[in-house]
Unconditional design. Structure first.
Length: 73
């Protein structure tokens, strides 16, 4: 059980690659292999982002989530 005053950033997942496509491929794998239990998390959202065509095309802005509300599930 998490106390009421915890830091919402429980973990940070970073990947790298020789190019962006390689780094995104590694992130997909890392997200698929990550297991978090007992608290709500955003792994499904981040996994959907990795497959979204504007993200893949690098057509992203600071309003990316507002522009793609369907990603929120």
């Amino acid at each position: 059980e998490m106390p009421g005053c915890f830091d919402s950033l429980l973990a940070k997942l970073l990947t790298w690659g020789h190019n962006r496509e390689d780094a995104v491929r590694r992130m997909r794998t890392a997200l698929d292999e990550t297991v978090i239990t007992g608290v709500e998390h955003l792994i499904p959202l981040h996994r959907r982002i990795m497959d979204e065509e504007d993200f893949i095309a690098r057509d992203i802005t600071i309003r990316y989530i507002e522009e793609h509300p369907d990603l929120l599930g």
